[in-house]
Structures are given as structure tokens and as C-alpha cells.
Write a protein of this length. Structure first.
Length: 221
């Protein structure tokens, strides 16, 4: 059990970097079926998060950092993605509470709460061509990895792989939520930008965990 505040800080930092790197890609995806501002909005939001990350107190725990991300995204990101992702991070922060380190069960609870928060806010489900098409497979894969006795890194890697596949799965779908829903069959063939950005963020969680992880004493994983 070794994924604590350092990992969450690194995850947020990597998320900001990846969002900035893929900003134009996300703008292009959103321009095809939405307003075209997803990449710009998300980049602005994570830039604002990075500006505040250093304000966390020395005794901050993962939940504190997740809550900071939540409140910052909600206040700075326009469109639907700010409230949706912000609510996801907020519910995730509640799920992990004041635990200083997160084990596999806590990670699954965190991902589940994040997904449920986005569902609660957006009223979407799998197949609606939204970020839920990334988050739900990620949750399911993480839970399966936990049940198989996988360690924290492997749980997040399974979630990231499933999220990436989930984002790809939105391409043949007709959208049922958001601006893309007005396009009907014209949305077919286009990947949902929220699903893609969510997959990038979940991948960032796995990549930084792999870099930060120290197995618990006696662990064979």
C-alpha cells in the first residue's frame, strides 16, 4: 500500500501534461461533433489546477488533492466537461476520505465513485457516446483486477487499457447526450472527445503509479 499524496500530485501533473499535449486532438474531435472547445477548456482547467497544487498543506492526503482538482475544474472549465469531471473528482475525494495511502480496494472505490459522480451529473450510461463509455469499462476492469489479486499498478493499468478501448468504442455509436445527440447518424465514425480525454487521464493515473509504486513488504506482485 504505497500510492499516497505523491502519486496523486504526479497523476495530476501528468494529466495536465497529457491534456496539453493532446489539446489540438481533443479540439478536433469536439469540432467534429460538438462545440470544438473541449481541448481548450480542459487545458485551461488543468493549468489552473497546477497553479494551485502547490497550495496543498504538507500534511495533505490524496482526498485533499482530488478535492482541489474538483473545485478548480468546476470553477474554470466551461461546457459540460467541467461540471462532469469536477463532480467525478469530488466524489472520488469523498470515497477515499482521509486515508493517507490507497490500496487496491481504495483505488477501485475511487474510480467507481468518480464514474458514479459523472453519471449522476450527466445522466448518461454506456452506449450514449460520452465519457461514461471510458469510465465504466475502467471501473469494471479495475474491479476484476482487484478480484484477481492484482496489485495497485496492475489495477490501474487494467483500468487504463479498458478506458482506451472504451473511448475507441464510441466511434460507431450514435450520441444520445450532449450537443452530439443533435447530429443523429452524422455522429457515427467520430470518437467522443470526453471519452478520449477521460482515457488519457486514467492512463496518466496508471503511468504515474508505475513510476511511483513501491510494493508492500512481503508482496509478491
Amino acid at each position: 500500500m504505497s500510492l499516497g499524496i505523491t502519486w496523486v500530485r504526479d497523476w495530476v501533473t501528468e494529466s495536465a501534461r497529457v491534456v496539453a499535449e493532446h489539446r489540438v486532438e481533443l479540439i478536433t474531435l469536439d469540432r467534429e461533433i460538438g462545440d470544438g472547445d473541449h481541448g481548450e477548456n480542459l487545458d485551461r482547467g488543468f493549468s489552473a489546477v497546477m497553479a494551485k497544487l502547490g497550495d496543498l498543506p504538507p500534511d495533505a492526503v490524496p482526498g485533499d488533492a482530488l478535492k482541489l482538482v474538483a473545485t478548480t475544474l468546476i470553477s474554470t472549465v466551461g461546457g459540460a466537461s467541467g461540471p462532469l469531471l469536477g463532480t467525478a473528482y469530488l466524489k472520488a475525494s469523498v470515497a477515499v476520505g482521509k486515508e493517507p495511502e490507497l490500496d487496491g480496494a481504495a483505488l477501485v472505490a475511487m474510480l467507481t465513485a468518480a464514474r458514479d459522480g459523472a453519471v449522476l451529473r450527466g445522466k448518461a450510461e454506456v452506449g450514449d457516446k460520452t465519457m461514461i463509455d471510458s469510465w465504466t469499462p475502467a471501473v469494471d476492469a479495475a474491479a476484476a483486477a482487484l478480484a484477481d489479486g492484482r496489485n495497485e499498478v496492475e489495477i490501474l493499468q487494467a483500468a487504463a487499457d479498458a478506458a482506451a478501448a472504451g473511448a475507441e468504442s464510441t466511434e460507431p455509436l450514435i450520441a444520445h447526450k450532449g450537443r452530439a445527440s443533435y447530429l443523429g447518424e452524422r455522429a457515427i465514425g467520430h470518437r467522443d472527445p470526453g471519452a478520449q480525454s477521460s482515457a488519457l487521464i486514467i492512463r496518466a493515473a496508471a503511468d504515474t503509479a508505475a513510476a511511483d509504486f513501491v510494493p508492500a513488504a512481503g508482496s509478491e506482485n
